[in-house]
Design a protein around this ligand. Structure first.
Ligand code: MEV
Length: 442
């Protein structure tokens, strides 16, 4: 099995990282070459066919977070994100979890719900009884719509009928078709099923189907991931492992009750999940909508994770997210970068991708909470800010790390930013750099 553990990977140049991934078997020679030449990016012509009024291509960094073990499988995680610290946090969280065999994730069922809303039904209760009687015929009919989906082992598995009582005292029947879409996210498949089934449902109910579309709330595709961190590994020179464990548990409890904190905590979780979604060509807006709705499922928006002390005093983290990514169809057909992202993580099924995303979510939450309860988030950010400063003034590569180190150590960057923020709305980087001693010759 190819090892995902890579030490000092971040120190390599981009080309050397690609070479290393090829050497380790994470990239085929063909894909490595594509990456080196930038041929994984869609062309203007393709972009013009994807959406309307295209002007060009918008870039974001493509990266990988190494060190992951998910369900005993070594894996590296493709990441597309503009925010510094996300990749570093994930890699570190995955590295620390290796001591306890990584993440155990599980997606036990995965159905996409198609909804048909029927209005103007005369007798709702008796109509529901009639619809229920017809249920197996309806499933059979629905499964004739996509014979290829059935051939792949998917199809409509169940139909649920719900009554919605609206403010104006009228009632609506909401028909839920639960569809196994196999390795596709399945939005188009399910929308076609909904539209095709609407006339039959109208006939049985005597009503009118006004909405015929999937629901992005994936409550029939809830994926979990669990991780244990050795308490001994959590501390640093100024704080013990036990203290960090207890502070993480406390911070998590705060996020359970405080909606302002819960949103920030979940935003951190989504830093990782969205980054994988984009890297693998998945619809991150759908993923966001589903997960935030789930976070509020009990009537109050709350955190998606639960941190506790395990029976032997270690730190245990759990996450549950409703998610149904695809590994076939959609933008994957058109976007070579998304196919490359999928190949990088070496997954073979959509289930594995969901389990990877849930594991990334809990890893990201761990990284954020550990940073917050120990050094605070700004220390790491200062370092990354120093990197941006050094890169903006075009510091030559051979001086780069040294300049960054000195910028961070000198504390001047912090002071200079503070000074600038006192007087200006935003930071002027070249001016800021002028205020810092950059004589790296000595
Ligand atoms: C920043 O993008 C994410 C964090 O705010 C998450 C958190 O506070 O848990 C650091």
């Amino acid at each position: 099995m190819t090892k995902s553990h890579m030490s000092k990977f971040y120190k390599l140049s981009i080309t050397d990282r690609i070479i290393e991934l090829e050497k380790l078997g994470w990239l085929s020679p063909k894909d490595a070459n594509k990456l080196k030449l930038g041929h994984h990016i869609i062309t203007n012509e393709v972009a013009d066919k994807m959406i309307e009024n295209t002007l060009g291509i918008f870039g974001l960094p493509l990266s990988v977070a190494p060190n992951f073990i998910i369900n005993d499988r070594e894996c590296i995680v493709p990441i597309v994100v503009e925010e510094p610290s996300v990749v570093a946090g994930l890699s570190q969280a995955a590295l620390m979890a290796r001591a306890t065999n990584g993440f155990k994730a599980n997606l036990s069922e995965s159905f996409l719900t198609g909804q048909i809303h029927i209005i103007n039904v005369k007798n709702i209760e008796s109509t529901i009884i009639n619809l229920k009687k017809e249920c197996s015929n309806l499933i059979e009919k629905a499964n004739e719509i996509h014979p290829r989906l059935n051939a792949r082992g998917g199809g409509v598995r169940n139909i649920e009928f719900k009554i919605l009582n609206l403010r104006d005292k009228t009632s609506v029947i909401s028909v839920h078709m639960l569809v196994d879409t196999c390795d596709a996210m399945g939005a188009n498949l399910v929308n076609t099923i909904c539209e095709s089934m609407a006339p039959t449902l109208e006939k049985i109910s005597g009503g009118k189907a006004i909405l015929k579309i999937l629901s992005n709330f994936l409550d029939h595709s809830v994926c979990s991931s669990t991780v244990i961190y050795n308490t001994d590994s959590l501390g640093n020179s100024s704080i013990s492992g036990e203290e960090v464990r207890d502070l993480i548990i406390l911070a998590n409890q705060i996020a359970t009750f405080d909606v302002h904190r819960a949103v920030t905590s979940n935003k951190g979780i989504m830093n990782g999940i969205d980054a994988v979604a984009i890297a693998t060509g998945n619809d991150w807006r759908a993923i966001e909508a589903s997960i935030h709705a789930y976070a509020a499922r009990n009537g109050q928006y709350s955190t998606l994770t639960k941190w506790s002390s395990s029976s032997n005093g270690n730190l245990k983290g759990e996450i549950k997210i409703p998610i149904k990514p695809g590994i076939v169809g959609g933008s994957l057909l058109l976007n070579p970068a998304a196919s490359l992202g999928l190949k990088l993580c070496g997954i073979e099924t959509a289930k594995q991708l969901a389990e990877m995303m849930a594991s990334v979510g809990i890893a990201q939450n761990f990284a954020a909470l550990r940073a917050l309860v120990t050094d605070g988030i700004q220390k790491g950010h200062m370092r990354l800010h120093a990197r941006s400063v050094a890169s903006l003034v075009k510091t030559p590569n051979h001086f780069f790390d040294d300049v960054v180190k000195r910028l961070v150590k000198s504390d001047e960057i912090k002071q200079a930013i503070k000074e600038q923020l006192k007087t200006k709305e935003s930071v002027n980087i070249p001016e800021l750099v002028n205020t810092i001693d950059m004589n790296y010759e000595n």
